[in-house]
Structure formats: C-alpha cells, structure tokens
Design a protein around this ligand. Structure first.
Ligand code: ZN
Ligand code: ZN
Length: 280
C-alpha cells in the first residue's frame, strides 16, 4: 500500500461516470427512504428501523470501499523495483522502470499497476493488487443495494403504475408512450424511469460481479482471463486469499477490518511455467 491520491478522476468520461455514481446511489437511497418506505409504513416501527439501518450500512460500505479503491496507490512506485531486468519482467518505456509479471501500464492513469485487473471508469482509477479487495466488496454492496431496492419498491411501482401486465412493462420500457395515451401521469413516468434505471444498474453490476468472481476463482485478472492465461490458478482458497487477504471470511463486513495480503504484488507463485505476453 503506497501513497494516496486525489479523489476526482483525471479523465473526462471517468469524471461523468464518477459523478453519476456519487449522485445516483445516495439519490436512490433517499428515494427509497422518503418516497417508497412511507408507502408501506405509516409509523416508525422495528421494520422501518431495520430498513434504514440496512440501507445506511450498504451505503457506507459502497462509499468507504470505493474511497479506498481510489486512495490506495495501486502502482509499484513505492515498491522495490530492480534496475536489472529479471526473467519474465518487462521494461515500461513510459514509467522508465522494470515491472514484474502481471503488471501493466494504464494509459489513463499514466502509470504501471501491480497485478493490473482493469481500469474502473466509475472510480477513475485502476484496480490492481493493493486495492482489488475494496473494489470487489464495493461492487458486492452495489449489487446487494440494487437488488434490495428493486425488490423493495416492486409493490410501490405496481401500485403507482396500475395497468395490465403488457402496458405495465411497456411503461417501464417507454413511459412516454403510456403518458401520451393518458394511462399514467408525470409521477408515473418518474417512478417507471427510476425503476428501469434500478433494473439496468442491477443487470450491469450482476454481470460485473459475476466476471470478477469467475476470474478470482480461476486465479486470473480480467486481462489474463481475456488472454486465457491460467498460470496463477493455485486453488480456490488461495486465489480468494490472494485478493481478500488473510481475514477473507470477515473482511467483507467492513473496510475497517484489517486483512493483510500475503504477498507483495511483485512475486507470485505459479501453477506452472509462465511465458509473459509480448504484445503489451
Ligand atoms: Zn508504465
Ligand atoms: Zn487506470
């Protein structure tokens, strides 16, 4: 773990997606808490308290993990990198440093990343050896939050858009059609639009989480999965510990829980002999 960085992404596309995440997720929680929750409950009872505490716990985990993804330096600048090129290592002409296997240069971050997984456009930084745990847990909580929200407001959406099944789904896909025919009002358009956005978020994050879990199970980064590299597939347990750290069983509860990584992000145990790709 090295020096920390600024929070706002340097790339303009990343800044747009980062802003959408920072505004969109708290807005979704506020919508559920202020509009949907009063639809089910007239008074504050234990169920209401449970939903509020759950929502705040999920929200906290999303943003604290994402903050750590951004602040933790995933590059190898603070690690000891030798001046002599070792077998399997490569020289990055941009960084002018020798880098170990599994490290690649990111042209957006403008630096080499240790065990580079991918560049995350929502946080505006690369996911690598030192911040992978926080990214994985962050998207796990986005998934839980999206699933929770979509499921929780389903009855509210059905009640607000009180139409036969075909027209109900038509409204979710194109609310302006049913607005034109006078079947719903502007509030119905808002409810349908937000619900569709929730379903899109849930679909996207489900796919992202699935791809992450699949790669980690196989001991791969996203880059290695694309190139079908299986050199670091040790065992399911070892592969998860490599990402989540020694306390992987409880590390997902909170980013405050310390879970030291076993390695240094430079040397990796191989399942068999490794020939690094040359076209980086
Ligand atoms: Zn580089
Ligand atoms: Zn990057």
């Amino acid at each position: 773990m090295g020096r920390s960085k600024t929070i706002v992404p340097r790339n303009s596309t990343d800044r747009v997606l980062f802003s959408l995440m920072v505004v969109g997720i708290p807005f979704g929680v506020a919508w559920l808490g202020c509009i949907v929750l009063p639809h089910y409950h007239d008074t504050i009872n234990s169920t209401v308290v449970f939903h509020i505490v759950s929502a705040l716990f999920i929200l906290y985990n999303i943003f604290h993990n994402m903050l750590l993804v951004i602040r933790i330096d995933a590059s190898g600048r603070t690690s000891y990198l030798p001046s002599v090129l070792k077998p399997g290592w490569r020289y990055c002409a941009i960084c002018q440093v020798n880098y170990p296997p599994r490290s690649y240069h990111c042209h957006i971050c403008d630096e080499c990343i240790l065990k580079r997984d991918h560049h995350c456009k929502f946080t505006g930084c690369c996911i690598g050896y030192h911040n992978h745990r926080y990214f994985l847990i962050g998207i796990l909580y986005v998934f839980i939050g999206a699933l929770y929200g979509v499921y929780y407001q389903w009855d509210y959406v059905f009640t607000t858009i009180n139409l036969p099944m075909f027209y109900f789904f038509l409204t979710l896909l194109a609310p302006h059609f049913t607005l034109l025919f006078g079947a719903i009002n502007l509030w119905g358009v808002l409810v349908a639009t937000l619900h569709t956005l929730g379903l899109i978020t849930l679909s996207m994050v489900s796919y992202l989480l699935f791809m992450q879990v699949k790669a980690i199970c196989l001991g791969q980064t996203q880059y290695e999965m694309k190139l079908d590299i299986h050199d670091y597939n040790l065992s399911l347990y070892q592969n998860f510990v490599d990402v989540m750290g020694r306390k992987w069983k409880i590390a997902w509860v909170s980013p405050f829980i310390s879970s030291p990584l076993k390695g240094d992000g430079i040397s990796f145990l191989k399942a068999n002999e490794y020939e690094p790709p040359k076209d980086i």
